[in-house]
Design a protein around this ligand. Structure first.
Ligand code: SF4
Length: 208
């Protein structure tokens, strides 16, 4: 594990991204709550990793303004509006679909608010388990398409070709037959502003 983590955190530093290693979920949970001030607003994208960390509920219960697009009381229009507001929050929380050992991070999105939040929010915190690390960017893209997205389609009951085949069928995944889940792809290579993006790498397998 150490042979992966140390070099990856150094690679992020060269890319103006702060990488912090946490041994486990509990440590990561505490760190997220320390990094985000209580008066800050928070947006997030749906993620198995964030669900496993149970951090969104904790932020809500301690009084942060959380833009929760999944609130059952919202109409579809309100949910879409909440996604947009979340992308402009003080902090945007997300996980990555895959991370290359060189430090590039791959994010897929259906609606685009995830991409908007990661690209433009004032502060971004990416949380990921060690299982997201791949040897290079090519393998990271492959992981996102052929492993992470099929499992996300299954989790969210999204009827796509990869749900049936278990791997991406990019050329088939088009309207009108299908509503594609990975419509937008973002690769973060580096940051201009130091301090905007923090990655919390957890020494466990989390999410897909
Ligand atoms: S393009 Fe379609 S088939 Fe391929 S991973 Fe995305 S949702 Fe699945």
């Amino acid at each position: 594990m150490q042979e992966k983590v140390g070099p990856l955190i150094r690679n992020w530093k060269k890319r103006n991204i702060e990488g912090i290693f946490c041994q486990d979920k509990d440590q990561a949970h505490r760190l997220i709550l320390d990094l985000i001030p209580q008066e800050a607003s928070v947006g997030f994208s749906g993620s198995q990793t964030l669900e496993e960390l149970e951090v969104i509920e904790m932020l809500q219960s301690r009084g942060n303004k959380v833009f929760d697009q999944y609130d059952q009381n919202l109409s579809r229009d309100e949910s879409m509006r909440t996604r947009r507001l979340g992308a402009q929050a003080d902090y945007f929380l997300t996980s990555a679909n895959a991370i290359s050992q060189n430090g590039e991070m791959v994010f897929f999105s259906a609606w685009g608010h995830r991409i908007a939040g990661i690209a433009d929010a004032k502060h971004v915190i990416v949380v990921a388990g060690l299982n997201k690390i791949t040897p290079n960017l090519e393998k990271a893209m492959e992981r996102a398409r052929n492993y992470a997205t099929p499992l996300n389609c299954k989790r969210l009951k999204w009827d796509t070709p990869c749900l049936r085949a278990g791997v991406c069928k990019n050329a088939e995944c088009l309207a009108p037959e299908y509503v594609r889940m990975c419509c937008q792809v973002l690769v973060i290579e580096a940051e201009v502003a130091a301090g905007r993006m923090t990655v919390i790498l957890i020494g466990e397998n989390l999410g897909f």
